[in-house]
Ligand binder design. Sequence first.
Ligand code: TMP
Length: 207
Amino acid sequence: MFITFEGPEGAGKTTILHKIAQRLQAYGEVLVTREPGGIEIAEKIREVILNPMHTAMNEHTEALLYAAARSQHYFERIIPALANEKIVICDRFIDSSLAYQGYARNLGIEQVAAINKFAIGDAMPDITILFDIEPAKGLARIAANEQREINRLDQETLAFHTKVREGYHKVAQMYTSRIIVINADATVDEVEQRVWQALEARMNKSE
Ligand code: TMP
């Protein structure tokens, strides 16, 4: 079972991912990982992409670097874990590229899907949880979190983050049976509850 968590900055995705990973242990061994990163080579690519100093990076380079990190991470870490029957839960995956680079950066969802096909073939998660929140609320949450690293994409405008949300909505419409949209405008406990209910229902259906 390959599960991904998606959504904009400040939606509570990563906090809740760790709580859900604990609950999933009742179903089997769980591997928690993230994108871009998860293994050494991809973590190095992450540093290049997200370095706040790299303002000169063009959107094509950005999309290709995310796809490169994804390919290495997918084949080096995710595939072997799935082969060992682990439940893999990944913080972001291809839908981030479709929403951020494909839609918000205007590269085209189809174009970005094509470079990802080169990177990972037809690989897709079994289930994706999409955290949905108004961008202004998400950005206010990250501004209030002093421990969080500020990355290059956090520095984008509210208009960019609004496009990211629209992009996610488009992607969710393209993959209605895979992507579950969760309203993330609530307390952490409440959102965790919503995610768990949706996930358990879907897992029981696919068994
Ligand atoms: P995060 O791991 O803290 O969520 O940061 C990753 C950032 O990279 C976040 O701003 C979303 C962005 N991103 C993309 O734009 N495209 C991608 O394919 C991925 C995986 C992340």
